[in-house]
Write a protein that binds this ligand. Structure first.
Ligand code: COD
Ligand code: ZN
Length: 369
């Protein structure tokens, strides 16, 4: 069949919205009619080559849609089901899945070569194979994904809101509740209050944090953070963020810090560690420049102050547990996904949505099909 998709032919070029061919779903795969796809800063990382992927490819990894057809052997998903895509498709059987490290499933992590689990492509243009980015290819009217990359969600939930749980919400909320393990009464600093950082703020609040300090360089991001319930908002353009965090916590520093700045630089890492109280944990969510090869802190102080620094790629996600947990928070009015959608775009305007992302105009821009 044919589908309209946004193809990344080469790094540092705009996406090209065009008709491509899409094969029928193979063994264990489903055909999805996409309803919505959020635009995440990681899409930009793939476009610039900061994170690499075989090209050409259809990118987009924050999608929700409706199952249009299923391939042979599909058991857990049926035609008509509403699903949220996840870029980790845990097999449930490998070494890591058995240790419940689903994010690192040896077969299910959306690979960078654009193929399905069997090593073949589903998207083509003439005789060129086009990769399905992260096995999701969410920026396409129709796409084929492994059934294990699809979480069936209740059909009464708005799929525009649900799409955000596919990546940004799960990465941010999970960084707070799974990785930082925020507890009632904790103090938490979140550096970078964009789509993922705002979700970390919402997650920290849902987990019972007492003080939540949002740090960004854009006033509109800080306003959003306040509206989510952040107790303090710090503009790092004109204020020393570490000093501000200490002031907000009686001089002690926070129990947890979560680093969600779009491109992590050494000074951001130092600030996230320096603003911790003794025994605190800094969670690194954002991707650093690849030439950054060390963590700028003193090992002697890490030991003396018993601080931890941990990284996370997808917020400690167990996709088939957490997508539904976060949607329950949304239903209960404790995770206002509607507030995260700053603007919707037709697929044809996807490059505009990326410009708006870079310019910091949106919490989340969402492509609506
Ligand atoms: N101080 C404080 N805030 C800053 C600074 C600074 N010096 N510089 C930029 N910011 C703010 C921006 O104003 C913006 O509000 C925010 O940082 C970044 O937010 P967004 O909305 O642009 O980006 P997100 O939230 O979509 O993505 C951020 C990530 C850090 C998740 C992303 O860039 C990333 O690195 N992803 C790689 C990790 C990964 O793969 N995660 C899972 C898939 S996303
Ligand atoms: Zn993402």
């Amino acid at each position: 069949m044919e589908t309209t998709a946004a193809v990344l032919w080469e790094a540092n070029q705009p996406l090209s919205v065009e008709q491509i061919e899409l094969d029928a779903p193979g063994e264990g795969e489903v055909l999805l009619r996409m309803v919505a796809a959020g635009v995440c800063y990681s899409d930009h990382h793939f476009m610039t080559g900061r994170r690499t992927m075989r090209l050409p490819a259809v990118i987009g990894h924050e999608g929700a849609g409706i199952v249009e057809a299923v391939g042979p052997g599909v058991k857990g998903v049926s035609v008509g089901d509403h699903v949220v895509q996840t870029f980790v498709a845990p097999c449930g059987r490998c070494y890591r899945c058995r240790r419940r490290k689903f994010t690192y499933c040896e077969v299910g992590l959306g690979v960078a070569d654009g193929t399905m689990m069997d090593g073949t492509f589903r998207m083509h243009r003439a005789d060129r194979a086009i990769g399905t980015g992260m096995r999701l290819g969410s920026f396409s009217q129709f796409t084929v994904s492994p059934e294990t990359a699809c979480v069936v969600v209740p059909s009464d939930i708005d799929l525009i809101h649900a799409s955000l749980v596919s990546c940004g919400i799960s990465t941010g909320v999970g960084a707070a509740v799974n990785v930082a393990a925020v507890r009632a009464g904790d103090s938490v600093a979140v550096f970078g209050a964009g789509g993922v950082g705002a979700a970390a703020i919402a997650g920290a609040i849902a987990a019972g944090a007492a003080a939540v300090i949002a740090i960004d360089i854009a006033d509109q991001k800080l306003e959003m953070a306040r509206s989510l319930g952040a107790t303090h908002a710090v503009n790092a353009r004109d204020t020393d963020s570490v000093r501000a965090v200490r002031q907000a916590t009686g001089g002690y520093g926070v129990d947890k810090s979560i680093l969600c700045i779009d491109v992590v630089r050494p000074e951001h890492l130092s600030a996230a560690i320096d603003c911790l109280d003794s025994g605190g944990t800094a969670v690194v969510v954002g991707a650093a420049e690849s030439q950054l090869d060390h963590i700028p802190t003193s090992p002697a102080l890490l030991m003396r102050d018993s601080k931890s620094v941990v990284g996370t790629m997808y917020g400690g996600m167990d996709p088939h547990r957490d997508v539904l947990r976060y949607l329950e928070l949304y239903r209960a009015g404790r995770l206002p996904l509607e507030k995260f959608v700053s603007k919707t775009y037709p697929l044809e305007s996807i490059n505009e949505s990326l410009d708006d992302l870079i310019a910091g105009r949106n919490i989340r821009g969402v492509v609506v099909f």
